[in-house]
Design a protein around this ligand. Structure first.
Ligand code: HEM
Length: 363
């Protein structure tokens, strides 16, 4: 039988899903159907995002990561960011509801809330947001409790999904961390004798280059007429110390990962570092799109319901703003930006040959 659009896309099934609690669209207002549809569209975007995140995690979890898969990983990162940007634009549609439009049906939602979106939690979990960094209302026990069936009689599908995701390790953060950890730094790999000293040598040279760059900037700031040069000098000194503390952290695995992130950012023009550098940039870009999602959601919520308590019981906008500020997974990728310096101020790379393409072609 020839394929047709409606069977393939399952249009009829899809269009039967907007009847709300009444399961009858004729009993639901236009405003409420907008509210339901926008949530459904978001859940579909989340579904796609979770597929991409799982594929990426699996890829970076292989050792070695197949070289010919990196371009695909980059395309996947790009798609993830596009999904989030597209999703964020849908808040425009739901904020067409004014406060009273929403209040007309809001009471029937209690205690339901987007707070019970299992897929949102799944994304946070597979990315690697640690439970002990969740805040207040979002703390582990609270978000897991909110996903349970209120009758306590049966396991809810939302709770089951999140529990299964917690077992599905490692996180993308860990998998990417393992990949970065294996990065050759000054040609040295982690299992090689003397690797630790080579990595520390690179970091020492780098912090010295940061010192010189900071001194240069400070001289410029003072020449430009800084009102309190002494206070300014202290502030810049602290920045160098901050760099040292960050890179020379006690955790050896983390130290090598941070050094790798820095090495890749610093010598990104070398052919074999250009894909890793792109992946790093895309992880930050994706995380930024998620943060913007959280911020945009909070502004939409403030516009529609002001600062009242949410149907899920949180403080509402304050809670949402706090998540936008605090929920960060790829912290090291962001942090390294604070310590980057101009290309001409970098410690020179003595032997670039391990990072060149080595292919030879017959004439
Ligand atoms: C009029 C529309 C909306 C209002 C007034 C609203 C309000 C809220 C509030 C107040 C919270 C905090 C938890 C609570 O106390 O309930 C929340 C959480 C949440 N909402 Fe919305 N929301 C709206 C639409 C949406 C849409 C369209 C989505 C798309 C999926 C969404 C996704 C979420 C998510 C994922 C959370 C959990 C955030 C977290 O815990 O990090 N919301 N919402």
């Amino acid at each position: 039988m020839a394929t047709n659009y409606w069977d393939y896309v399952r249009v009829e099934e899809l269009l039967r899903l907007q009847g709300g609690l009444e399961d009858d669209e004729s009993k639901v207002s236009d405003h409420e159907v907008v509210f339901i549809v926008v949530h459904q569209v978001f859940e579909l975007w989340f579904k796609l995002a979770l597929r991409e995140l799982t594929t990426l995690r699996d890829l970076f979890n292989s050792s070695p990561v197949p070289e010919n898969a990196i371009a695909g990983a980059s395309a996947s990162m790009d798609r993830l960011t596009r999904i989030f940007r597209a999703a964020v634009s849908h808040f425009e549609v739901v904020e067409s509801l004014n406060t009273r439009d929403y209040l007309d049906f809001r009471d029937k939602l209690f205690p339901a809330s987007g707070f019970q979106s299992a897929q949102m939690r799944e994304m946070e979990i597979i990315l690697g947001l640690p439970d002990d960094e969740r805040i207040g209302m979002g703390a582990k026990e609270k978000y897991l409790d909110a996903l349970k069936d209120p009758s306590g009689q049966s396991e809810s599908p939302a709770h089951a999904r999140v529990m299964a995701r917690q077992q599905d390790t490692p996180t993308l953060l860990t998998a990417v961390g393992n990949w970065l950890h294996r990065t050759p730094i000054r040609g040295s790999q982690p299992d090689q004798a003397g690797d630790e000293a080579i990595v520390d040598g690179f970091l020492e040279d780098y912090v010295a280059a940061v010192r010189s760059s900071v001194d240069e900037t400070l001289a410029t700031v003072i020449a430009a007429g800084a009102s309190d040069p002494e206070a300014m000098a202290k502030r810049y000194d602290a920045e160098v110390e901050q760099a040292r503390t960050f890179f020379f952290c006690d955790d050896k695995r983390l130290r090598r990962i941070r050094a790798a992130v820095l090495f890749i950012e610093s010598y990104r023009e070398l052919p074999l570092l250009s894909w890793p550098r792109k992946i790093q940039a895309q992880l930050v870009e994706f995380e930024q799109s998620m943060i913007i999602f959280r911020q945009r959601h909070a502004r939409m919520v403030e516009r529609v319901i002001g600062r009242r308590i949410g149907t899920g019981g949180s403080s509402g906008v304050d809670y949402l703003d706090a998540t936008a500020l605090k929920y960060r997974v790829f912290k090291d990728l962001w942090a390294v930006r604070t310590f980057q310096i101009r290309a001409d101020a970098l410690p020179p790379i003595e032997d670039a040959s391990p990072y060149e393409f080595n292919a030879t072609f017959d004439a």
